[in-house]
Design a binder for this molecule. Structure first.
Ligand SMILES: [Zn+2]
Length: 292
């Protein structure tokens, strides 16, 4: 047990270092987040794929006030995504834990050799498919907090940003300047490691508020289409391995439960024909064949 805890600590620190390097964890040190200028609880929660409520509970905060330099403890689900080991806390069930990691109760039980649904506080569980779920953790967490009417979404449209710089915030400001009332035209932005993490999926307000897209010319497709943007110019290069993994995980996630049956998973140039090369000649078009 002692050895396991020591191992857990070590692997946590190295996993956090890797995440910090990708920009996913920002100012994380050990299992703490050190509050920086401009941080709010909701920004921090979104960054780590958790909720304001969980952050406040973990840190015993009575209100939303935080100050620069303050050290916040990160919740178990954040640590679990980094280390692959989830320490059960009070009030958790197998199903609440599974949903935090985008996996199923069945998989959670089989990877831990559990024959019943009984778990206890402090118990250490192996997180299954971790390499396949950590990019999705923020999406799963954000989506668990909202209600999605899956019959509404008939299209998922992939884009590239056509430039290497930028992230959800930068593009959101640009779209606002161009007169888009809801800002960021896409629902999701997948980073390239420059202004957001490599493969980091940023969630825009159009997803959290379930608003129509503004990413294509066609009004019909905007009304019922989810927009995903890969940061970079894919006329010049292929997406990074993590961008491609993130995109495919996101597409599967959206198709399984958040979009209409028979949803059309497509790309910008197939929607607005003879108008754009988006998402570029190096986009992995074959990845969409499984949705045809
Ligand atoms: Zn486009």
């Amino acid at each position: 047990m002692e050895y396991r805890r020591e191992f857990l600590k070590k692997s946590l620190v190295s996993a956090l270092a890797v995440w910090a390097g990708t920009g996913i964890l920002g100012a994380a040190a050990g299992n703490l987040h050190i509050v920086r200028k401009g941080d709010t609880l909701s920004k921090i929660a979104q960054r780590y794929g958790t909720t304001v409520k969980t952050l406040k509970q973990t840190n015993g905060l009575k209100n939303d006030v935080i100050k620069v330099g303050q050290k916040l403890k990160l919740p178990a689900s954040v640590l679990g995504a980094a280390t692959g080991i989830h320490v059960v806390s009070k009030g958790e069930t197998l199903s609440s834990i599974a949903s935090q990691y985008g996996t199923s109760v069945q998989k959670l039980k089989s990877s831990n050799g559990l024959s019943s649904d009984l778990i206890k506080v402090g118990q250490e569980l192996t997180v299954p498919d971790r390499s396949n779920t950590d990019l999705l953790v923020p999406v799963v967490a954000a989506t668990n907090r909202i209600r999605v009417d899956s019959t509404r979404w008939r299209y998922v449209v992939c884009h590239h940003s056509a430039i290497e710089a930028g992230n959800a915030e930068v593009y959101g400001k640009a779209h606002k300047r161009r007169g888009m009332e809801h800002g960021l035209a896409y629902h999701f932005v997948i980073g390239n490691g420059r202004d957001s993490g490599d493969g980091e999926i940023e969630i825009g307000p159009r997803w959290t508020k379930q608003l129509r897209g503004g990413h294509v010319r066609s009004t019909r497709v905007n009304d019922s289409g989810i927009g995903i943007c890969i940061v970079g110019n894919l006329q010049n290069r292929a997406p990074t391995a993590r961008q491609r993994l993130a995109m495919n995980q996101l597409l599967d996630f959206l198709r399984e439960g958040y979009t209409r049956r028979g949803v059309s998973v497509t790309v910008h140039k197939r929607v607005d024909k003879n108008h754009t090369v988006c998402p570029g000649r190096h986009f992995p078009y074959g990845d969409l064949d499984r949705f045809a």
